[in-house]
Every structure is written in C-alpha cells, then in structure tokens.
Design a protein around this ligand. Sequence first.
Ligand code: KIV
Ligand code: NA
Length: 259
Amino acid sequence: MPKLTTHTLRKLKGKQPIVAVTAYDAITARYASEAGVDIILIGDSVGNTMLGFETTVPVTLDMMCHHAAAVTRARPEALVAVDLPFAEAHYGHDRLLASCQRLMQETGVDAIKIEGGAELAPAVARIIAAGIPVWGHIGLKPQQVLALGRYKKFGSTPEETESLIADARALEKAGAFALLLELTDHEAARKITEAVGIPIIGIGAGPHCDGQVLVAPDLLGLTPGYVPSFAHKFADAAAQYRQGFADYAAAVRGKKFPQ
Ligand code: KIV
Ligand code: NA
C-alpha cells in the first residue's frame, strides 16, 4: 500500500470510511500499519493510558516528541499525526510554529492535530502557510477538561450544533485537511459532516462521520480502568497479558522454564 497523504485522505470523504487509531510506540504502530489503518495518531491520550496520568493535561511537548519518534521508526504506511499538547497552541504564532516545527523535524510525523475551534482558525491558517498540515479537533476537547469541570457531550442543543458547524467551517477555510469530532450528538455530527468538504473523523460521535478513531488500548481491551461506552472492545488483550505473565511465573517457579 502506498503511503497515505493528506491529499489522498481528503479524497476518501464520501467514498470510503476512514480508519484511524492511536499508537504510542513502534510495536503497536507496526501492527496497526500492517492491519491497513489509514491514520495513526500519537494522541496525548498517551498520558492517561500508557503514562498513568488522570488526564491529558500533564503531557508535555518532550513526551509527545519521544512517543512520536518511536511510532515513525516503525515506518508505518498510514498517515502519521501527533497531538500538540496542552496549552501549546495558545501562546501565539512564534511558539506555536516552533512547537510544530520541532514535532515535524524531530519525529518525522506527517501532520499535527490541534484541539480548538473557530477561535484558533487564524493561528491554524498561519502555520499551514508555513507548511504544517493540520488536523483540527472539535467537539469535546479533552485538554479543556479541568476548565470544563467534566467530560461532556457536545451538540445537544441547536446553539451548540450551530457553533460546532461554525468551528468546522472556520477550520476548513483555514486549511485543515481533516477534523476530529469528539463526543458529539450523532445528529449534530451528521450536520457537521455534511457542512464541510474535509473528512470528519469521529470518536463517540456516531455513525454519520467520514471515519472513526479509537484509542488503541481501549479497542484492544488493554485499558484496566474506566473505558468510555462508545469504545467497542475488538480484542481482549488484557486477558492475554495476564495469562502470559502468569504462565511465565508458574513455569519459572515450577522449574519448567528454561528447559
Ligand atoms: O489523544 C487521543 O487519543 C485523541 C482521541 C480523541 C483519539 O485525541
Ligand atoms: Na488527544
């Protein structure tokens, strides 16, 4: 399969559902790529999954660089995008450009995902002019969780839906090649998807989006704690991990390993 680009991705809208998944390391990236996913995201969900934080707020640019570089070393054929971490997008153009430049040059990712709506569109347009491909992220923006006070669903009122459509249009106009739409009412998600020409990739946003994204440990059944109800388990990796470790411990203690 040839490497997917922002150009070929855009052409999938209306033709074929787009498959996106997170990965934070080279092994997972390799398997996801071999399975033929379209997009691999080094999400800042690395914080609340692999790194043991409560939220994505403590995740830093250094951490994202570290994990993104591990993913690109697997040379995935998928389009590889990395999350710009907490608050980075809000300092102003120079720092935003420097952070995106560092992520792209140090790690070799293909694109940067940035949480934010219409308020960030001018900033997004300026970094796209510098050659940074941007994947927008609207609806629930988990980096806002402490300001919001909770994780909440978006698009449940006509006003909220209109404001999400305005966000999507502003980011499309700014030049974003796709948008992630998180935890949003399914009908609102349908309207947003119809309102723009760029792919809308949903998570907890229902079946009417142009594609879906899931957090790898959630879909693999590896997440030990709370898993959001929209995250279907396609495997039970936790059971295999537990069994593998227990069999190993029993074999050593029973003097069955090594032979
Ligand atoms: O960090 C992440 O995993 C995300 C999800 C919404 C896919 O941004
Ligand atoms: Na994220």
